[in-house]
Design a protein around this ligand. Structure first.
Ligand code: DAH
Length: 357
């Protein structure tokens, strides 16, 4: 028994892994293990012999079992230590620079415009991008034969034969939101409506999808003077300059009477735009007093209410402010371009913190 004890204690101590340990367990105390076989011999002994040998064999079996258990635990501890050493991570190391996403100039400028007009008491209205030709044209005093209708390079929606809904278009401007807002809320109104518009056109300054922002102010006594002041305040805030000079050029839009296109005084020195000084004029928007027929079409009584409207290209004023030469690049999703012209995601534009930090 002493030989057996010595043999197995030494073998267990030297076992290299759990599998070797399991082999040893089977060899020693398994059903046909050496110690188990010895225990079977007890039956052949005299009662006296058995009284001496029985407890000794049981003690040996217990000793081997606890040696196996202790070694098993030691092996598991060693394996865990090994893993911890291998998978160690220095959490005090500085982080690797992470490429952050950025805000697209269109989103940035839309936010800037919204912040400026919010300060002037305008809220944001929206309308559908697929609209009926009534909202996009007729209600805005552009009847079927009107040249403006042809000039818009309209995308018409496919119609199934027998479909007797009015024709639908991808809206060619944000002006239909004027009609929808007047219908929905009635007068008085003070809104801007930024959003996507569509025209079949493609060159350095035109893409088939682009962005406009519409403005509409309706009340009892709104005049061109209010329009001029609001636009001056807007242009100063947007271009972040103290003084601007606007030029109202007589124009024609079917939905306004009178109509004016608005230019701002500027200079181009070395290709760099400066607003508020110089001898050049830059056209930035169309505007006018809302045509009485338009008010009437939208259910607002033109004998009681009047107001101004304007429409401006968001992409265009983004290009001007941030010196972006080609409109098509806005929609190429080129990561290098986005990183170069994009804005920090958490710098929300507002008038107090600065629009474009
Ligand atoms: N809807 C016009 C366009 O897309 C822009 C415009 C001009 C809007 C004059 C207006 C306006 O509200 O009064 O070309």
């Amino acid at each position: 028994m002493d030989d057996l004890r010595e043999k197995y204690i030494a073998l267990i101590a030297g076992a290299g892994d759990e599998a070797a340990l399991e082999d040893l367990r089977v060899q020693a105390v398994g059903k046909k293990g050496e110690i188990s076989l010895q225990m079977r011999e007890l039956g052949k002994m005299t009662p006296e012999e058995r009284q001496v040998a029985g407890p000794k064999l049981n003690a040996l079996k217990d000793e081997i079992n606890s040696a196996l258990a202790a070694k098993k635990e030691a092996l598991a501890d060693a394996a865990l230590d090994e893993r911890l050493r291998g998978e160690w991570l220095d959490v005090t190391l500085p982080v690797r620079p992470v490429r952050q996403g950025s805000i697209h100039p269109i989103s940035q400028v839309t936010e800037e415009v919204t912040a400026i007009f919010a300060e002037l008491g305008f809220s944001v209205a929206e309308g559908p991008q697929v609209d009926s030709d009534w909202y996009n044209f007729d209600a805005l005093n552009i009847p079927g034969h009107h040249p403006a209708r042809a000039e818009m390079d309209t995308f018409y929606m496919h119609r199934a034969t027998g479909d007797n809904r009015p024709p639908h278009v991808l809206r060619t401007h944000t002006s239909p939101v004027q009609i929808r807002t007047m219908e929905k809320t009635g007068a008085p109104i003070r809104i801007i409506a930024p959003g996507r518009v569509y025209r079949a056109d493609y060159d350095q300054t035109h893409t088939p999808m682009f962005h406009q922002v519409e403005g509409l102010a309706i009340d009892k006594d709104i005049s061109m003077a209010n329009l001029k002041w609001v636009l001056e305040e807007f242009v100063k805030a947007y271009f972040e300059v103290d003084e601007v000079e606007l030029r109202f050029r007589a124009s024609h839009f079917p939905f306004t009477e009178p109509s004016a296109e608005v230019d701002i005084r500027c200079s181009w020195e070395g290709g760099q735009l400066k607003v508020g000084e110089g001898d050049d004029w830059l056209e930035i928007l169309g505007s006018g007093m809302v045509h009485p027929k338009v008010l009437q079409n939208a259910g607002v009584d033109p004998n009681e209410w009047q107001g101004f409207a304007f429409g401006m290209g968001i992409d265009r004023i983004a290009m001007l402010k941030y010196g972006i030469p080609d409109l098509r690049a806005f929609f190429d999703s080129d990561l290098r371009w986005l990183r170069h012209y994009g804005f920090a995601a958490l710098d929300t534009p507002n008038l107090h913190g600065g629009l474009s930090r």
